[in-house]
Design a protein around this ligand. Structure first.
Ligand code: ZN
Length: 286
């Protein structure tokens, strides 16, 4: 598998398909990428803050989770408008991965920039600009998605090597009853970004694992493994006309110079048809 564009991200992340476009970010380089598969062209928006993830807005435009908090992003001008910064008092943390829930609230979590344990949290931003802290003592807040019936939320704090499921109230955004539904063997790498397919199976990028793996959260059982020619695989999203192309981001970061020499594709954006469809992503209501 070869990367589909020439970009090699330092820390690619946050892949999300919306309309006919793939959006993703390079956290470390403070960049948002907009990829159009029809023309195989990519546009880059340079920001001035680290950007953990990007989501579409229902009314058009984008929203982002920056080191400096949640913000709107005008993709035409590159201008950001701050919404709320729940960790304004913690300059040593930054936002990482996140996504919108079925109702259109923007969920994203934080982590210590230097990756210390339990410094982060998972937050929910509603359409009115209110932020609530939903999970505390998170180390590396990462993959998040919702079951097809919107009654379960799946969440990854990478150093736990687990996917945790919560009962989900889509009306209120309340989460309850956390339980581990998938465990990744440490030898396979750390679970990072995550998406869900039309069967309700989870596709999980493995940092340090050269792969994306597919598990049924109801049984924990693995159903597929996609090899990726980069050690640090960071996020994935279904896209394309029928949502059957799995887009995958990766990172150069986290490799020794020697390891990087053997990974010319590290940091690339990949695409593979895995023979199953995803489900449409949700946009931010704010
Ligand atoms: Zn991640």
């Amino acid at each position: 598998m070869n990367p589909i564009t020439a970009t090699r991200a330092t820390l690619g992340e946050g892949a999300i398909w919306y309309g006919d476009t793939l959006y993703w970010v390079d956290i470390t380089e403070k960049r948002v990428y907009i990829y159009d598969p029809k023309s195989n062209s990519e546009r880059m928006i340079q920001l001035d803050s680290m950007v953990g993830t990007v989501v579409p807005r229902k009314q058009g435009g984008l929203a982002v989770a920056l080191q400096t908090g949640f913000a709107l992003l005008d993709p035409e001008t590159g201008e950001t408008t701050p919404i709320a910064d729940p960790e304004a008092d913690k300059p040593h943390t930054r936002f990482n991965d996140g996504k919108c829930d079925p109702k259109g609230r923007f969920w994203a979590g934080t982590m210590a920039i230097k990756e210390g344990p339990n410094q982060g949290a998972l937050y929910m931003l509603d359409g009115k600009g209110n932020v609530s802290k939903k999970v505390d003592n998170v180390s590396i807040s990462n993959g998040i998605c919702w079951s097809l019936d919107a009654r379960t939320m799946y969440y990854i704090d990478t150093p736990t090597y687990q996917v945790v499921a919560y009962d989900y109230d889509n009306e209120t955004g309340d989460i309850s009853n956390p339980r581990t539904v998938i465990e990744i063997d440490r030898s396979e790498g750390g679970p990072d970004g995550m998406t869900i397919d039309e069967r309700g199976y989870l596709w999980i990028a493995l940092w340090g694992g050269y792969s994306v793996v597919c598990h049924d959260p109801n049984t924990g059982k693995r159903h597929a493994k996609v090899d990726v020619p980069a050690a640090n695989v960071t996020s994935c999203a279904f896209g394309g006309d029928d949502l059957s192309d799995l887009y995958i981001t990766s990172a150069r970061q986290g490799n020794s110079p020697e390891a990087l020499e053997k990974q010319p594709h590290a940091g690339g954006l990949f695409r593979v048809n895995v023979g199953v469809r995803g489900v449409p992503a949700f946009a931010f209501e704010g």
